[in-house]
Design a protein around this ligand. Structure first.
Ligand code: NDP
Length: 459
């Protein structure tokens, strides 16, 4: 069978490129290569591995315009944000190269023995399933950590961004990674379950990681569990952005617009539910709406654009359906609300007010340009609303520092940001609780996820 994957530009609906899918023989070859590469790479010095990462970072910077254009073409992110994504990847290479010697150094622990310590040793081949929303960042966030620790990577990227997946494979080779150390598998959507099973069940694969939906995460982690293999899941979020009565409301509202509409709303750590104390709610909504009106929806290749198309027609239809159901359930549509009638996957920036638990925009993750505002009676009500979700990725709380911190401590999440929007930083761990997943990426915690934390005791 000669299967293929075709990518489409979501701004226009036009086909971009068609790629031959990997058949069983090609998957076997990639596994064999990755497995051989992992053995050799795990035995190289950390200094050599980190030199490869520095070369990778330099190449990212050199090729930033080319890679950013590819991201924008494949998933519609405004070009300014695509350039920012590449720069963030390059910065991450530098941070890992600088700090991994500390993160991966032997850690002496006093015990009754003459000497005892922990050493962080590679696991082998890690299978990574990644989504389209940050086509480079999601992959490199994982790969820089896994490879610096001495592992190899086998990537199953979203078919929507197959050009990016193959560009990243070439990037690693150009940076001096040994053949097979980083491989991308081109898998059509209809084969993803079968290929995932085949790869996870292969004895040469040691662990898996997935960023994406709960459905995909649960499916892949189940396969891994059946094989007693470790998994790390970075799934969705319905992050609360809490504005308390003593917040700097104009500043909170200005940041809220960025926190919601960055990447056209398609980020796991986008603020999705705005929980606002009733005393400042009208003021917040007024400033927020002004910010939304100032967004520039349009051609994502234009540097002035701040909101692009959504990545796929089904995702556009899904978010419009969430808005319609929320309104039917009693939410108040303040602005936007529909698909934009044009070729491509366009949705108007949308604001819903009086959103309550039980409504789609509150209970479900809204992965697009739709903000849900919920008014809270008091601080306790705000905490209750913030926690009324199955997710737990990030929380942003605005108010006097100590007050906001005290409220934030009562909210369940993998990260708490006080008077700032939630964002990842290579020096800090990133991940969630509840149905947002488990395990951590970035920083020492992220690098150590795919290591064997080995205890060594000398009597
Ligand atoms: P998916 O989770 O389906 O896609 C993410 C990745 O997982 C893709 O590479 C996908 O491949 C793969 N995948 C899907 N099903 C399986 C499976 N059974 N086994 C192994 N891999 C699988 O996300 P969608 O693109 O469909 O988006 C749906 C929703 O997911 C969004 O609306 C959003 O809520 C959430 N999401 C969250 C992200 C995050 O950053 N946490 C990123 C993207 C989406 P394929 O496309 O071939 O199915």
């Amino acid at each position: 069978t000669n299967k293929s994957v075709t990518t489409r530009n979501p701004a226009t609906g036009e086909a971009l490129a068609t790629y031959a899918a990997h058949d069983e023989a090609a998957v076997e070859e990639a596994l064999a290569q990755a497995s051989a590469a992992a053995q050799a790479w795990g035995a190289t010095s950390l200094t050599d591995r980190l030199a490869m990462l520095r070369a990778l970072g330099a190449l990212l910077t050199e090729r930033r315009a080319e890679y950013a254009a590819l991201i924008t073409a494949e998933m519609g992110k405004p070009i300014t944000e695509a350039l920012g994504e590449i720069d963030k990847c390059a910065g991450n290479c530098e941070v890992v190269a600088d700090l991994a010697p500390h993160w991966l150094a032997d850690h002496e622990v006093a015990s009754g023995a003459t000497r005892s310590w922990l050493s962080y040793e590679p696991l082998g081949v890690v299978f990574a399933v990644m989504p389209w929303n940050f086509p480079f960042w999601q992959v490199l966030r994982f790969a820089c950590a896994a490879l610096s620790a001495g592992n190899a990577a086998l990537l199953k990227h979203s078919p929507d961004v197959t050009g990016s997946a193959l560009a990243i494979e070439t990037l690693f080779a150009d940076a001096g990674a040994p053949a097979g150390l980083f491989r991308s598998l081109v898998v059509p959507a209809e084969d993803v379950a079968a290929v995932s099973r085949r790869v996870v069940e292969d004895a040469r694969v040691a662990a898996v990681t997935l960023t994406g939906s709960e459905r995909a995460g649960s499916s892949l982690a189940s396969l891994a569990a059946a094989q007693i293999k470790k998994s790390v899941l970075e799934l969705g979020g319905s992050d609360p952005f809490v504005v308390l009565a003593d917040a700097d409301v104009p500043a909170a509202a200005a940041t809220a617009v960025r926190a919601r509409f960055t990447n056209t709303g398609q980020s796991c750590v986008c603020a999705k539910r705005f929980v606002v104390h009733q005393d400042v709610a009208d003021e917040f909504v007024e400033h927020f709406l002004r910010g939304v009106a100032a967004l520039t929806v349009g051609d994502p290749t234009d540097a002035a654009t701040t909101v692009g198309p959504m990545a796929r027609p089904d995702l556009r239809d899904g978010i419009v359906d969430q808005v319609e159901r929320s309104v039917a359930q009693g939410a108040r549509l303040v602005t936007g609300g529909g698909a934009i009638d044009a070729p491509g996957c366009w949705v108007e920036p949308t604001v819903l007010d009086d959103v309550r638990p039980g409504m789609a925009a509150f209970d479900e993750e809204t992965f697009g340009p739709v903000a849900a505002i919920s008014r809270a009676r008091d601080d306790d009500d705000a905490v209750e609303l913030a926690n009324a979700t199955t997710f737990g990725l990030g929380a942003s709380v605005w108010g006097g520092d100590e007050h906001a911190l005290a409220i934030g401590r009562r909210i369940r999440s993998g990260a708490l940001f006080v008077n700032a929007m939630v964002a990842s930083d290579p020096r800090l761990p990133f991940g969630g609780v509840g149905r947002s997943g488990y395990g951590r990426e970035l920083s020492a915690e992220g690098v150590r996820e795919f290591t064997n934390v080995r205890t060594v005791v000398v009597a």
